[in-house]
Ligand binder design. Structure first.
Ligand code: G3P
Ligand code: MG
Length: 343
């Protein structure tokens, strides 16, 4: 379990702080691991100014795969043991909501749909469909795309004229915005039965987005459009169709729901290593590259925030939209500053 990452070996004094690290633009840039990230995380094992193991979690607006698969990949990339218990992805929070839909049909969007269906089922959603299943049911639903042979192989057949969709969950960044916006609009305007006559939309179909990032920092030199841009595109089309945007639930950094969820995970990790009092007394530090998500959310949650210059935020563009507790060139300098501040 995560306790192995932060066992008490070699230290009895509890750590006075704990970290939440953003991933894209802080630890990774696309598939590239930032060298300072490996050194920073390794130092939390005890080789730091406090001489104690410092608890941490990774907290990303990314996703699209299960926490077990992503944490195994991150362990290889970062050279330190990352477990599902200390990884929060954009959609991890949905684990606590899946039971509400156990007997309902849900549509999930984002990433590779065959993988995503397994992630959603792993969370407890039982009747999980993707926009490719809808396209396979009636190719005319969106005539400008043909399923690939591997997509055909992963289809879950259904007749969507008799399979009412109760909710739409955008887990990760959609791959075919046009197909997905068309089918989201059909589901909402036909109140769940695709192809049925459009009615004036009530909010009977719940829509949940898991990542509000308008942009994020991948492997390209400029920031890339994120799931927040997809949400803007959907709402612009839906407003053009109906005169107003559709009400939706938003999770992901900087939302309070996600930071409350992360606080609980961090306190559990600290409690495992140092006991309950330490879990309540530790100071939380968020290290991120995006002022709109990492810094805004941490500030609102009452955590300390450190903005690094290796991702979305460019110091040459002027002061950040949300002022961090501290700015640092990279994650290693951020960790050193926070640890020395608490020493
Ligand atoms: O899709 C991932 C992106 O939106 C941001 O990821 O790790 O910077 O929160 P991260
Ligand atoms: Mg980031």
């Amino acid at each position: 379990s995560a306790a192995r990452c932060i066992s008490n070996a070699g230290s009895t004094r509890p750590s006075p702080l704990a970290f939440a690290f953003d991933i894209d633009g802080v630890l990774l840039r696309g598939t590239k691991v930032l060298p300072e990230a490996k050194r920073a995380l390794a130092s939390l094992d005890g080789a730091n100014a406090l001489g104690v193991k410092i608890p941490y979690i990774l907290m990303t607006n990314g996703g699209g795969v299960g926490e077990d698969e992503r944490s195994a990949r991150l362990t290889k990339q970062l050279g330190v043991p990352i477990t599902p218990a200390n990884l929060i992805q954009a959609h991890t929070i949905l684990k606590s909501h899946a039971h509400e839909y156990a007997d309902k049909n849900v549509l999930v969007l984002g990433g590779r749909r065959d993988v995503l269906r397994k992630v959603a089922e792993g969370y407890g959603f039982r009747n999980v469909y993707t926009t490719l299943d809808v396209k396979s049911w009636n190719p005319n639903v969106w005539p400008f795309y043909d399923l690939t042979p591997s997509e055909v192989a992963s289809i879950k057949p259904a007749d969507f004229s008799t399979t009412p969709i109760a909710a739409i969950f955008v887990f990760h960044d959609p791959r075919n915005w046009a197909l997905d916006i068309q089918i989201m609009s059909d589901v909402i305007l036909s109140r769940g039965l695709i192809g049925a006559p459009y009615t004036s939309p009530d909010d009977s179909v719940k829509v949940v987005f898991c990542n509000p990032d308008l942009v994020w920092r991948g492997g390209f030199e400029r920031s890339r459009l994120g799931q927040g841009a997809f949400r803007e595109a959907f709402q612009a089309v839906f407003t053009a169709l109906t005169g107003k945007p559709y009400p939706h639930v938003q999770y992901g950094k900087p939302t309070t729901a996600t930071y409350d969820f992360a606080r609980g995970v961090l306190q559990q990790r600290i409690g495992e290593a140092y006991g309950e009092p330490a879990a309540r007394q530790a100071n939380f530090y968020m290290v991120g590259d995006n002022p709109e998500s990492d810094i805004a959310g941490a500030n609102a949650a009452g955590w300390s925030s450190v903005l690094v210059h290796t991702g979305v935020y460019d110091p040459a563009s002027g002061p950040p939209a949300h002022a961090p507790t501290h700015e640092a060139p990279d994650v290693e300098a951020a960790v050193r500053w926070a640890v020395e501040r608490e020493a």
